[in-house]
Design a binder for this molecule. Structure first.
Ligand SMILES: Cc1cc2nc3c(=O)[nH]c(=O)nc-3n(C[C@H](O)[C@H](O)[C@H](O)COP(=O)(O)O)c2cc1C
Length: 384
């Protein structure tokens, strides 16, 4: 493969992407009070399309009320009435000749349901409802015209906790062996396939977790083979379950933003916050803004499955994109944080107007979502 191919159209599970650089799922927090998409959200997608992304994966959309995010403004795909407003989003993105993939999620204990949704405690009935909700949401996404669906199996949300050996300690048929932990995904895929035999389904999964008993490369390979067998058409490799979103998005810990905006912390008395300030980066295992941190796991997976592999995480500069695709042999890359500040980054790369992303990996964007919709803070905490 030569360098030209990076910016040429390429098929991903039957979906013709405009190039090999995708926008990774990024919660936009831009739904209206009823969970429907807004003009602002559509404009954000239009800017990404105009900015040259090969295709885009939406921020996670909620499959059910219980699965909703704690962060405001989640787009919901939990009833058939959602199909019409969502189809307008798709139509506008398609007018700009850019594919759009719907990421769907149940936030589990990290969402509004909190402790009512612990993977080790929930009933068989609840599991069956989740399976039905994922299936119904997929059918809605199909009807709204999304080019594919991505099931969110990463970052500690509900399906992530079901498939991870670190979090799933169930003793029944839903826990234990890899097959048992993956059973829920298998059931969802079986139901989807009955309704939509050929609709492309992707998954986003953790390739590594910072726990000895968590997912690691060998387990990822086992899971990848099962996913392929059950008809998943592409796998996006991410990482991380601890500290919610900080796991997947390596880089500096936005300490001042956490102290002033994070639920449960922002309301603590000032002296306590002063004590926490120097400790937080250590507690949250601050890392360098590491590059390509999921590529080793993605490479291992790629060696063991036939379906395309996408990799996300610290692939921000043109050199990272090039080496991941051309040298490491991964099919597609996706990026999240760099495109918040620079939705036109892919065109800048393509036209050789930039080699590097401006993103600082400061992660203020993540904490900002607890109070506001998505934006780049560029390392500056807004005043109260
Ligand atoms: C503000 C923000 C929101 C995110 N929302 C989602 C999401 O809705 N679904 C998801 O799978 N990942 C989400 N992520 C994780 C990213 O998709 C990505 O895996 C991670 O940020 C690493 O990629 P990057 O280095 O290109 O930012 C989010 C990340 C950020 C920074």
């Amino acid at each position: 493969m030569n360098q030209m191919n990076l910016f040429e159209p390429a098929k991903l599970a039957g979906v013709l992407m405009n190039n090999r650089i995708l926008r990774a799922a990024t919660d936009e927090g831009m739904a209206d009070a009823n969970g429907n998409p807004t003009e602002r959200l559509i404009k954000l997608y239009e800017n990404l399309a105009k900015g040259g992304v090969g295709g885009m994966i939406t921020g996670y959309m909620g499959i059910s009320k219980e699965g909703e995010s704690q962060m405001p403004g989640m787009v919901m795909i939990d009833s058939d009435e959602r199909i019409m407003p969502l189809s307008k989003v798709v139509e506008r993105v398609h007018q700009l000749n850019t594919p759009i993939v719907a990421q769907i999620a149940h936030c589990g204990r990290n969402g509004v349901a909190g402790k009512r949704f612990l993977v080790n405690k929930i009933s068989e009935e609840t599991i069956q409802k989740v399976i039905e909700d994922f299936t119904a949401a997929t059918v809605r996404a199909y009807k709204a015209g999304y080019d594919a669906v991505e099931l969110h199996l990463a970052h500690g949300y509900f399906l992530s906790e079901m498939v991870s050996p670190h979090t799933n300690k169930r003793k029944d048929k839903w826990g234990g062996t890899t097959d048992n932990r993956m059973r829920i995904v298998k059931e969802i895929m079986m139901r989807i396939r009955k309704e939509l035999p050929n609709y492309p389904i992707f998954v986003k999964i953790n390739g590594s977790e910072d726990y000895k008993d968590g997912i690691h490369e060998e387990e990822l390979v086992r899971m990848g083979k099962i996913l392929e067998e059950i008809g998943v058409r592409a796998i996006e490799v991410s990482c991380g379950i601890d500290w919610k979103a900080m796991g997947p998005s390596k880089g500096t810990v936005p300490t001042d933003m956490i102290l002033s905006k994070y639920p449960g912390i922002s309301t603590l008395p000032s002296p306590l916050k002063a004590i926490m300030k120097p400790i937080l980066p250590k507690m949250m295992k601050e890392t360098e803004a590491t590059k390509k941190y999921n590529v080793p796991a993605a490479k291992k997976l790629k060696e063991n499955v036939q379906i395309p592999v996408i990799v996300v995480g610290g692939i921000h500069d043109l050199a990272d994109v090039e080496s991941t695709i051309l040298e490491d042999g991964i099919d597609f890359v996706s990026m999240s944080r760099p495109l918040i500040l620079e939705p036109g980054l892919v065109n800048k790369f393509k036209k050789q107007k930039a080699q590097k992303a401006k993103c600082l990996s400061c992660n203020y964007c993540l904490i900002g979502l607890y109070n506001d919709s998505l934006r780049c803070y560029y390392g500056k905490c807004p005043k109260q």
